[in-house]
Structure formats: structure tokens, C-alpha cells
Design a protein around this ligand. Sequence first.
Ligand SMILES: [Zn+2]
Length: 355
Amino acid sequence: MSHFEIVKKSKTSKARAGILHTPHGPIETPVFMPVGTQGTVKSLTPQHLHDINAQIILSNTYHLALRPGSKLIKEAGGLHKWIAWPKPILTDSGGFQVFSLSKMRKITDTGVTFQSHIDGSKHLFTPKSVIDFQHDFGTDIMMPLDICTPYPATEEETARDLAITTQWETEAAEYWRSLNTPQLLFAIVQGGMYPHLRDRSVEALIKLDLPGYAIGGVSVGEPIDKMYPIIAHTTPQLPENKPRYLMGVGLPENLEYAIAQGVDMFDCVLPTRLARHGQLFTTTGKLTIKNEQFKTDPLPIDPLCQCYTCTHFSRSYLRHLFMAKELLAMTLLSLHNVHYLIQFVQKIRDDILAS
Ligand SMILES: [Zn+2]
């Protein structure tokens, strides 16, 4: 059964407008997915997210499996009920966090043993256990355990990581099939900055015939002139009739580029992280709210923005909140940045439909 329909292909690029059907409803693509690592998009309520047309949010298996644990969430009625978010949820596998956060880790063919960054306790994540966690959460889109090769990495290191990742993903796909769940499982293409390794990854993963395909291992510190060729090389090789998800990329200009290459889904912590540092997206470029020039400025962050923050508050007041380290600053600034990216992608979708 196909979960994805392409509604319109752009006449001027490889961009597509589509609809992805999930257990908790349809998602119009291209789509930007706000990140709620710990089961919350930092400083925003589900109502805020609903009001700015967030269609789906991300959460993180590593964090939720370590604290509070997947069984607690399952017994509370699943992640949607527990966090009061009735729309789709995608959970990242946590592979990235195992490698970036844990103090100690040891990879074997079976999985990865690591020490929790919270209390130092020892854990083993396997391709199967990571699916079990996400099955307990009841998330709409699951991601398999993988190794996100850091940048820079040698060809040898990248090939070694890829071989393990491919094996893990094959095990995850088999196990997911055996569960016969309506939850979707996506594959993750790895292979670092080496086009022929990306090819090897794509070739192996296409055989798994999963409901969606992600490009992982980009936005890991590499320069843009390394990232773009990998996106341009990999995206057109992914199945045409499946959603394509570019992991961890979220600057407006990057989204625009990737959509034109045929990418459908994006997530990034940047809009909320930048907001907490007073950095805001606007139609005329980035704005730093703490700058002295905004002290008495009566204008909104972006006069063209229709978000709650921009329709109610001046730069002057927002700067005051930020300088006084008031919690409301985090909420109002995050609301604007997340709204900005959602609208930015929605506008591109409208343009594809009108092309
Ligand atoms: Zn705004």
C-alpha cells in the first residue's frame, strides 16, 4: 500500500507537492517539522504549534527511552496522548545522540552499548530494541538505528559505518514487518561525503522497500559546498513515489535548495535554538533582537509576518523581555521562528501547486 501521493510536480525544478498519510492524519509536503526532543518543542505548547499550522512534530527515541522510559509512555496511553499532541509524530532513532551525547560507546554487530548522559547507567540499543521503543511510543514515523558518520571522516571509516548501518537497517525492516503495525518505518541513507558510498547505501535500502527514505549524515559540520552536492547526488536516486526526508537541515536557503532537488520533509532544532539566543528569521535576513537599535523600535520583528508575536508585540518590548531574561521571550521568539519556517515551506508548496 502506498502512503504517499504526489499531487503536483513543479514545472521549473524537481520539486514535488504531495500528501503523506500517517495513522494520525495526512501531512502536506514539502513540510517543515518542528523538533520536540523531550516530547516538547521548547517553550511552545501544543496549542501554539496547532495555531501556526505545525502538521507533525519530531521527538527523540534516545532521550525518551532513557527518561522517562518507553514503558511509562506506553502505559500512559502512548506519546500522542501523554504530550497532548493529536497530530502526527516522527521519532528519530537516537543513533545520533548515542554518538554525540553518551560518554562511552561500543559498537558491535548486535548494536551499540553506551553510558547514559543523564546518570551514567549502561544501555544497549539494538536495531530491534529501537523499533520496540518507538512501537511503545506509538509514533507515526519510526526511524531505524544507524551510525551518523561525523565530518570529517575517511573513506574507510565511512564505509565501515555504512556496512554496520546497512545491516542494522535490514534487521530493523524485517522486525518492523513482523510487527504488522500501521506505524511507518523510513530508511536512512548514509555514506558521508562519498558519492559512491551514498550509491551503495541507496542500492541496499531500496531493496527493503520501506514507506519513506531519509538522507542522514548531512548538516554534521561540513561546509555548504560539500552538503549541496551530496543532496543533489542522492535525492534523485531515491524512489520517486516515496517521501524523501532530509535530516537536520533547517536554514531557509537550505530548504529552498533541497526542495528544488525533490526533498519533501525537513526537521531542525535551529528555529527554537536561535530564538533562545535572540536570533530571528525575517524576510529581509536575520535579526538580532538584543541590538541597541531595537530599544525603542515600535515595529514587529517582521512587518510581513502574521504570527501572534508579530501581530501583538514590538521589537522594543521583545528586546526588553530578552534582556531581562524573561521566560516569555523564549516563547514569543520561538513562536515567530517556527512559524516563519513553516510558512516559508508552505509558500514553496503553494508555488509548486501554482507552477
Ligand atoms: Zn512573526
